[in-house]
Design a protein around this ligand. Structure first.
Ligand code: NAP
Ligand code: ZN
Ligand code: ZN
Length: 347
């Protein structure tokens, strides 16, 4: 067993505090990684506070994990000791259902094993990346380039793939007018990818102070949605909207901004449901869709794309004892644009 230092929440109302637990022994197809950086995703906050229901405590959050491999099992083929590697939102799946066979393990018919706040195949709770090390099967481990600043790579494992995957699935590129709603961890990666794929990108934000950043990240336009005039002016403008908003809001406001045959893909997961008016869909044959992270194969494709195009997340690196403040600032939309924990501060 491998003793691991971590930060955990003991209940849905308690702060994250230092915690110790043991990782499993390294099995034949496992790698063991010393974690270097782990991003703070808004999903961590939803789950720590049990906003989606069913949370398991103690909870060690974290699914934007980058580190260095310190041990490999005897049958490991694709990883060597000393290499950088990444782990995202899931660490296992059934491996046999149609989704798994189609490299879409995130949609596993039998339920993927979440990196934390899940249960592994033996029924043990899984613990995530706010911790000094992790043991995972190589099949659910990603290769990370030495070319990029790894603190900026960590958020790619969730925020990166969650925005890359729908943009690819809906073939977004040149000639498309795209809106990214919410300029946070996911949103800023959505801007970078959509711009890199050649789309005309607009950021729709509640924070006027983010305009300069939005343009520097690659957006071509910026609009403040609190301004009622904005929604009127932009009616029928966009071919595609990527909605990353984490809090309760009205989907209809954004559906009306879609053009004929336009699609809004929801990736943000507000705890409460949203009512959708049928007229806002039928009037222009619009679609409302959703998307969940991305499979291992596409996550590797995204990491390779980022290494080739020099794309990383904009990060604020923090020490572990700042996690609770980082949560409060994220909730206030005061993050530019991802908090990333320096795991050395947990040793
Ligand atoms: P984040 O960094 O907190 O960003 C969310 C952004 O939404 C904020 O920065 C803010 O941007 C905007 N926003 C916040 N409250 C709002 C409100 N009331 N009305 C309108 N806009 C508001 O969060 P994140 O880490 O990017 O995650 C975003 C959401 O995606 C979360 O719900 C998370 O659980 C979910 N998520 C889903 C997946 C998936 O696979 N589908 C994966 C990861 C995360 P502005 O300041 O620009 O308005
Ligand atoms: Zn996430
Ligand atoms: Zn499966």
């Amino acid at each position: 067993m491998v003793t691991t230092n971590a930060y955990a929440a003991q209940t849905k109302t308690s702060p994250l505090l230092p915690f110790n637990f043991e990782r499993r022994e390294v099995g034949p197809t496992d790698i063991q990684m010393e974690i270097l950086y782990c991003g703070i995703c808004h999903s961590d906050i939803h789950q720590v506070r049990d906003e989606w229901g069913g949370s398991i405590y103690p909870m060690v959050p974290g699914h934007e994990i980058v580190g260095r491999i310190i041990k490999v099992g005897g049958e490991v083929k694709n990883f060597k000791v000393g290499e950088l590697a990444g782990i995202g939102c899931f660490v296992d799946s059934c491996r046999t259902c149609p989704s798994c066979l189609a490299h879409e393990e995130q949609y596993c018919d039998n339920g993927m094993v979440a990196t934390y706040n899940g249960r592994d195949k033996e029924g043990n709770p899984t613990y995530g990346g706010y911790s000094t090390q992790i043991v995972t099967d190589e099949k659910y481990t990603l290769h990370v380039s030495e070319k990029l600043a790894i603190e900026g790579v960590a958020p790619l494992l969730c925020a990166g793939i969650t925005t890359y995957s729908p943009l690819r699935h809906w073939n977004i590129g040149k000639g498309h007018k795209v809106a990214i709603v919410g300029l946070g961890g996911l949103g800023h990666m959505g801007v970078k990818f959509a711009a890199s794929f050649g789309a005309d990108v607009t950021v729709l934000s509640t924070s006027p102070s983010k305009k300069e950043d939005a343009l520097a990240l690659g957006a071509h336009h910026f609009a403040v949605t609190k301004d009622a005039d904005t929604l009127k002016k932009l009616k029928g403008t966009f071919d595609f909207i990527l909605n990353t908003v984490s809090a309760q809001h009205d989907y209809n406001d954004y559906l009306n901004l879609l053009t004929l045959n336009g699609t809004m893909v929801v990736v943000g997961v507000p705890p409460q449901p949203s009512l959708v008016g049928a007229f806002n869909l039928i009037g222009k044959r619009r679609s409302l869709a959703g998307s969940l992270i991305g499979g291992i194969k596409q996550t590797q494709e995204m990491l390779d794309y980022c290494a080739e195009h020099n794309i990383v997340s904009e990060v604020e690196v923090i020490k572990a004892n700042y996690i609770n403040e980082a949560y409060e600032r994220t909730i206030k939309s005061d993050v530019r644009y991802r908090f990333v924990i320096d795991i050395a501060s947990m040793k």
